[in-house]
Design a protein around this ligand. Structure first.
Ligand code: MTE
Ligand code: MO
Length: 320
């Protein structure tokens, strides 16, 4: 028999049978036909993530603690007025530029001063604990605020599984960064990957949310899919998006905005109407979609009853 031309090789010819069968099972499992897989599309167009992690997948939730009864912003505002510099520095850019962001497969690596370092797939994270809906205020350092029904559970739930050692005093977080998917990141002006940090007791506070969704669904890409932090008593930039690395560490970690302008952005970045940003007042805020700053900003963004005791004895003017 004459050898076939390379162009006639089928997938089965070049793939060990076991892999081939597994792959078929995988493709069937996520509802993709072999036809689509062979149509010559780029891998991320056909390798659809497992249904649980696609943006916009419905999530089953229970009512979580700490919710405000203030008016919730529309999904449209929260998903079209974003800061996500990896996808552009203008508010409307992330919604457009993050559409093709590949968030599957996704793992979060947890390491450092822990007894049980491990990686969590996003599917594992979604199953770690009942998913809670928590309606939180969110205050950006720029002076605007929103109210969002986030979905997730306390970060401490995940942290306890890796068993931080006695040496762990801080937690360092890192976002995903791939310049080929995020070409505007090079022009963002900040160092990437985006990094953030918390003191261990802040990270373990039950208000600190490991967030996987909003408005009953998995997160839109522009809001930090598939998993991010939400720290409602701090300025929004502490709430790092699209998390891939978590490290428990001895020393205070770097944070992106502090590296960029240390005089303007401190490590703590607790919402504080009494401490102005060097270039503008923080006393008031505009609740989107309003234009005027008709809301007074509250100490710790209104979460003082929960978190003020974390900062007893700390000079919040020095530790801004
Ligand atoms: N990786 C990453 N995380 C980020 C940012 C960013 O640019 N990159 N912006 C921060 C800022 S300034 C704010 S206000 C919030 C915005 O979150 P939202 O777009 O979901 O409202 O994300 C924070 N997390
Ligand atoms: Mo922000």
């Amino acid at each position: 028999m004459a050898p076939q031309k390379p162009g006639h090789l089928t997938y089965a010819d070049v793939t060990p049978k076991s892999v081939y069968l597994d792959r078929r099972k995988f493709l069937r499992g996520v509802g993709i036909t072999a036809i689509a897989a062979f149509a010559g599309k780029r891998l991320y167009d056909v390798a659809v993530p497992s249904p649980s992690v696609q943006a916009g997948t419905k999530l089953t939730t229970i009512k979580g603690p700490f919710s405000t009864d203030e008016k919730i912003n529309t999904f449209d505002v929260v998903s079209h007025y974003n800061n996500f510099y990896e996808f552009g520095v203008d508010k409307e850019q992330p919604a457009k530029n993050a559409q093709k962001f590949v968030t599957s497969p996704w793992t979060v690596a947890v390491s450092g001063e822990v007894a049980k370092p491990r990686k969590f797939s996003i599917d594992e994270i979604l199953k770690l604990a009942p998913l809670e809906e928590r309606i939180y205020r969110h205050r950006c350092v720029e002076g605007w605020s929103i109210v969002v029904p986030w979905i997730g559970f306390s970060f401490s739930t995940l942290a306890k599984l890796v068993e931080p050692t006695a040496k762990a005093r801080f937690v360092a977080f890192e976002s995903y960064y791939d310049p080929s998917q995020m070409p505007l990141g090079r022009e963002a002006g900040i160092a990437l990957p985006y990094v953030e940090g918390l003191r261990l007791d802040e990270a373990m506070h039950p208000l600190a949310l490991l967030c996987v969704g909003m408005y009953g669904e998995t997160l839109p890409n522009q809001d930090g899919a598939p998993v991010r932090m939400i720290l409602p008593w701090k300025y929004g930039f502490k709430s790092i998006k699209s998390l891939v690395k978590i490290r428990f560490v001895k020393d205070q970690p770097d944070s992106t905005w502090n590296l960029y302008a240390p005089r303007e952005y401190g490590f703590y970045s607790n919402v504080n109407p009494e401490v102005d940003h060097p270039r503008w007042s923080q006393a008031r805020e505009r609740r989107l979609p309003e234009f005027f700053k008709s809301h007074k900003t509250l100490m710790f963004n209104g979460y003082g009853d929960q978190v003020a005791s974390l900062y007893t004895g700390l000079d919040l003017r020095k530790n801004y």
